[in-house]
Design a protein around this ligand. Structure first.
Ligand code: PMP
Length: 443
């Protein structure tokens, strides 16, 4: 740590922690390189000088094309060709790239209304509003939904944007163990009665916040369990579908679609357009009255710029393709391929003897590397085999459950996944990551 001198602490005095800063930047051998081009089935990395251990570096002028197992491109819409790209190109010619205004001033266009209508219908809610960033959606929606005197009960592993918005709201925050419905019930019991008669609720509002699909674990929320508790304890339910919208359910409509739950059972369905839709921004969907209120109380959209025209057209086109409106059959095909790929890779890794976290239908596939020292080694071995992966360690995960996280896409072919499995097999041997028999390969 830099020391404060003369009673004066420079702004970076509490910033320069070796472990967090330097090591985190160096563990990821692959993405210490900047990327270029589309983050689709393949991703191109700009090579850099390897002797430079610092944050700054020099590019060598050469590139490496890698199989991309790292982008949240679940449905393969991150692409520069095809129906979405054509529509985006035409929209850019017509509207330019910025509305140069907030929604309340000159920034509401027909494109906004179109996307809000499409996403509300897609998730099965009366109304929706969109935001220019997924992070900002949570950061500013929570303070608009609840405040002082209210209680937020949050899954322990909820995303940083949910935590950020919750703190900003001024509500009391409690947490329950990840996906543990018994622990949630314990918190509800303790917080609702608080020594008062059961008829008295000491909170203005209670909001339980979860994610549809957890991006570090590949776990899915227990939606039926949450709804059963909601009926018993009467709280509002908020589900962040950043990773589940588009990717889960027979129609790609997220966790409600996956579990066959009526969307009216969930009060707020939030999501982002950065993953399955290959775009940017976020949305909040709910009853019309609630969304109307949010429109006039939400600082992020009142005081911030609106999503840009190409982004809105990308979202609208992707939504129309998923629901079969624009190109019949293409959405279904993408969904089926994603579902097949997710299960195929997960099962293949388990067969090889890896410990794989998460739900069988999750396109996020975390594979345990255990020791943090294996993070840079795994990243390096994969890059040698021209495969780009994200590796994640402390503080994002507990120290000894460091992991690689594969993101499966509908853009991947079976051959791509076989290539990845072969590379994992070899790397697993080198780094001693596999249990000898594997789940189905035993005996
Ligand atoms: N919610 C969750 C669960 C996320 O994982 C993320 C980002 N990965 C966000 C919100 C923020 O979304 P964005 O990256 O689109 O700003």
């Amino acid at each position: 740590h830099l020391q404060a001198r003369d009673g004066y602490a420079p702004l970076n005095s509490d910033f320069d922690n070796f472990y967090i800063r330097r090591l985190q930047l160096r563990i990821n051998d692959c993405f210490r390189r900047p990327v270029t081009g589309v983050p689709g089935r393949f991703i191109t990395l700009l090579d850099r000088t390897s002797d430079d251990h610092n944050i700054s570096f020099k590019l060598t002028g050469t590139t490496t094309e890698t199989l991309n197992m790292s982008s949240y491109n679940y449905l393969g819409f991150a692409q520069s060709e095809g129906e979405c790209a054509d529509a985006v190109e035409a929209a850019t010619r017509k509207y330019g790239v910025s509305f140069a205004s907030t929604r309340g001033d000159a920034g509401t266009s027909e494109l906004h209304l179109d996307v809000e209508d499409l996403i509300a219908k897609f998730v099965g809610k009366e109304s929706a509003m969109i935001f220019s960033m997924g992070f900002v959606t949570n950061a500013t929606a929570f303070p608009a939904l609840v405040g002082k005197g209210s209680l937020i009960i949050s899954d322990q592993l909820n995303h940083s944007s949910i935590r950020f918005g919750s703190r900003l709201s001024g509500a009391v925050i409690d947490m329950f163990k990840h996906n543990d419905m018994r622990d949630l019930e314990r918190v509800l019991r303790e917080r609702i009665s608080q020594g008062q008669p059961r008829t008295h609720r000491p909170w203005k509002k209670i909001l339980v916040a979860v994610e549809g699909l957890y991006s570090m674990e590949g776990t899915m929320c227990n939606l039926p369990g949450l709804i059963a508790l909601k009926k018993k304890y009467k709280f509002n339910l908020f589900v962040d579908e950043a990773h589940s919208i588009g990717g889960l359910g027979p129609k790609g409509r997220g966790v409600c679609d996956y579990f066959g739950v009526d969307p009216s059972e969930v009060d707020i369905l939030m999501g982002t357009f950065t993953k399955s839709f290959g775009a940017n921004g976020g949305y909040v969907a709910g009853d019309k009255k609630l969304i109307d209120k949010l429109r006039v109380t939400n600082a992020g959209t009142i005081f911030g710029e609106t999503p840009s025209p190409p982004i809105l057209v990308q979202i609208a086109s992707a939504l129309k393709i998923i629901s079969g409106e624009l190109v019949p059959g293409q959405g279904e095909e993408r969904l089926q391929r994603l579902a097949f790929n997710s299960r195929y890779l997960r099962l293949g890794l388990k067969r090889l003897g890896f410990i794989v976290y998460g739900h069988d239908d999750s396109p996020i596939i975390p594979v345990l590397l255990y020791h943090p020292a294996k993070l840079p080694a795994f990243s390096h071995e994969m890059l040698k085999r021209k495969i780009a992966v994200v590796v994640v360690g402390y503080p994002a995960t507990p120290l000894i459950s460091s992991r690689a996280r594969f993101c499966v896409s509908a853009a991947h072919t079976k051959d791509d996944l076989d290539r990845l499995l072969a590379a994992c097999d070899q790397t697993g041997e080198i780094l001693q990551l596999k249990f000898s028999s594997g789940i189905a390969g035993g005996a």
